[in-house]
Write a protein that binds this ligand. Sequence first.
Ligand SMILES: [Zn+2]
Ligand SMILES: [Zn+2]
Length: 358
Amino acid sequence: MAEEMRAVVAYGPKDYRLTAKPVPKPGGGELLLKVKACGICGSDLHAYRGAPYYWGDGKKPGWMRAPVTPGHEFSGVVAEIDGEASRKWGVKKGDPIVVEQLLPCWECEYCKEGDYHLCAVHTMYGFQKGVTEGAWAEYCLINPGSLVHRIPDGLDVAEAATVEPLACAVNAFQTGSVRLGDVVVVAGMGTIGGFIVQLARLANPKLLVVVDIMENRLDLAGKFGADVVVNAAREDAVKKVLDLTGGYGCNVYYEVTGHPNGVIQGLEMIRKKGRFVEFSVFGAPTTTDWSVIGDKKAISILGAHISPHTYPIALNLLRSGKVKTEGLITGKFPLADFDKALEKAADTATSIKVLLMP
Ligand SMILES: [Zn+2]
Ligand SMILES: [Zn+2]
C-alpha cells in the first residue's frame, strides 16, 4: 500500500489544488476505498464558484468545512477492511462498491424515524474536512456510519458512479406517483432529468413531455423515449402543453431546472389537482401568486431530497439495462485534469455528467 496519494483539495472559492496527501489508515469498522470514478455534481460547481451556502456569508458559517477533498458521487473497490466492517456491510476486500453520499448521524429524530436523508446534522462526503473527505482522490476513507452497497456483477464499476444521481432521480420520480393515464412533464434535461425521463418511460404514462432550452439535451430526451420535446427558448412551453391536453395541463410536473422560470412555467401548465415535484437547488428566489396552489388549482407541491432507500433500486435499474447512461456521461478525465473537468461540467451546451477517474 502506497503511503501517499493524489487528491484534489478545495481551499476556497476557485482555489482547488491537486495535492499529495497521506493515504488514510482505516480504523475499526471503517473501510478504505480505491476510487474508480467520481462524478462532478451541480453542487460541486456551485461550491467551486463560491456560493455562500458552502463558504458562509459573513453572518452564517458555510456548510462546507475546508480545506476538504470534494466528491460524493463515487464508486470503487474495497482496498482494506476489517472483520467488523466486513460483517456489517457484507463486503470484502476486492469487492466493487458504491457508498451513499450522506453520512447519517443515526441519532437525530429524522434518522431515528427512518428519514436518514433528512438528517439534522447532514454530513456529506466531499464537504466536511476530516470527517467525510470525498472521492476526488485515489483513496477515500469510509466512515462506520455510512451506507455501503455492493455493485452487482455485470455492472461496470465506473458507470456505477452515476448510481448517486440515479438514486436521487428514483426518489424524485416516485414522489410524483405517476399513473398510466397521466400527462407527465419533465422540465430540465440534466443528469437527474435524464434519469427521470427514462423512469417515466418505464411507467408508460399517457404522454411524456420534456422541456429544456438546449437542443442537444432535447435530442437525448427523444432517444430516452419522450413523446414530445419542447425547446422553451424557441416555443411557448406552457401553450404547447395546454394545446396537447385540451387546455387542461399536465397531471405531474417535475421541476429539475433549478431556474425560477421552471417553477412559474410549471404552475401555469399543471392541471387542477396536479402534482408538482420539486427537486432542484436554486441560485435565486422565485416569486409567484400562491393563489394558484389552493384557490385556483388545488395542486400538491411535493418536495424530494436526495435518495432515501433508493440506491439498491438504482443499482438494479443500471445493471438490468432498464436505465442507461449513454449520452448522459459526456466526459471522463484523469484527476490531474480536474480543472478541465470542471470547465467541461460547467459547459451545459456540450456536457451533462462529467466523471473524474482517479
Ligand atoms: Zn450531487
Ligand atoms: Zn441524523
